[in-house]
Design a protein around this ligand. Structure first.
Ligand SMILES: [Zn+2]
Length: 169
């Protein structure tokens, strides 16, 4: 794959639509897939408004499209940061206070035993986000929960409403 920076935005969108390239190819070419997705109305990851459970002027919180557990959630900054090592202290404090709240709400709504947090924005370009992965009572504790197999997202409207309601306050 050539560096995608040699292509126009429309050409990249066309390649994404034809499934010739994936988010990873944008990352490898130094293009942020999250910001590109936003600028192209969801050409990379699709429109995620139906998965969004909370947002304010700085952050959005949404259910992951290819989750590792029911309730697998991501928190992303609206502004572009390459990874956690690049964020300012205020953003760092605010996102962790928000993450604590979201983790408690996930545990309550999904009745999970715990919720794990990880961040690993690696590669030439990425967009800082935290991942919150529930660990259920039928699952063993430990770091294997970070690499549970992914599956297709299935919408649960009732849970989404509850998450939105609890995060509103
Ligand atoms: Zn970005």
């Amino acid at each position: 794959m050539d560096n995608l920076k040699e292509y126009s935005k429309d050409e990249i969108i066309k390649m994404l639509e034809e499934k010739k390239i994936k988010a990873k190819d944008l990352t490898d070419s130094g293009i942020c897939p999250t910001c590109f997705n936003k600028e192209s109305n969801g050409a990379v990851f699709g429109d995620d408004t139906d998965k969004t459970i909370y947002e304010n002027d700085k952050f959005s919180v949404f259910l992951v499209g290819n989750p590792r557990a029911e309730g697998h959630t991501a928190i992303s900054t609206k502004k572009h940061f390459k990874d956690m090592m690049d964020i300012d202290d205020d953003t760092c404090k605010e996102i962790f206070v928000l993450a604590k709240k979201v983790m408690n709400v996930i545990r309550e709504v999904y009745k999970s035993e715990s919720v794990y947090l990880c961040t690993m924005c690696d590669g030439p370009m990425n967009h800082f986000h935290l991942q919150l992965i529930p660990r259920y009572s039928f699952e063993e504790r430990g770091s294997d929960n970070f690499v549970k197999p992914r599956f297709d997202y299935k919408e649960d409207k009732e849970k989404i409403e509850k998450l939105r309601e609890l995060l509103k306050n």
